[in-house]
Structures are given as structure tokens and as C-alpha cells.
Design a binder for this molecule. Structure first.
Ligand SMILES: [Zn+2]
Length: 78
């Protein structure tokens, strides 16, 4: 299984936000072996699988933005 590419954060695998522990994704409910922590400043939900983050499911579910590491974009559709 290849690594998921993050459009706004291509170096995510080199940063500390990726946690390699088992847990349950609080977005899709799947059991996961690695997840992203501390990406939503306004929510306590801190166990989000990579898939939910990369496809936007997490952002929609929690109505949150990746305020801590999202790059400013000029494209209004983003
Ligand atoms: Zn998930």
C-alpha cells in the first residue's frame, strides 16, 4: 500500500503530526495503525486516519479546517 499524498502538506511523513499507534479513527470509525494528531484546533478529536484527512472527509465531518498546517492558497475553490 502506497503512501497517501497530501496536497497541502507533502512532507507530512517527516513531521510530528503522524502518530504510529493503533487507534480508532473518530471520523470513519475504522481501526488504524497510524493517524494524525493535533490538526484540529477547535476539536478534541485527535485520532483521524490519513484517508479521512486526505479526501476531506474529516474536514467535512468536523466542520474544521487544517489551521495548524494548511498553506494559504489563492485559488478560491480550495
Ligand atoms: Zn478515517
Amino acid at each position: 500500500m502506497g503512501k497517501i499524498q497530501f496536497k497541502y502538506h507533502p512532507n507530512i511523513y517527516e513531521d510530528d503530526v503522524l502518530v504510529h499507534k493503533s487507534g480508532i479513527c473518530q471520523c470513519c470509525g475504522k481501526q488504524i495503525s497510524e493517524y494524525i494528531e493535533h490538526i484540529y484546533s477547535a476539536e478534541d478529536d485527535d485520532c483521524i486516519c490519513l484517508q479521512c484527512v486526505s479526501d476531506g472527509t474529516a474536514a467535512q465531518k468536523f466542520d474544521a479546517e487544517f489551521v495548524s498546517w494548511a498553506e494559504p492558497v489563492s485559488d478560491p475553490e480550495k
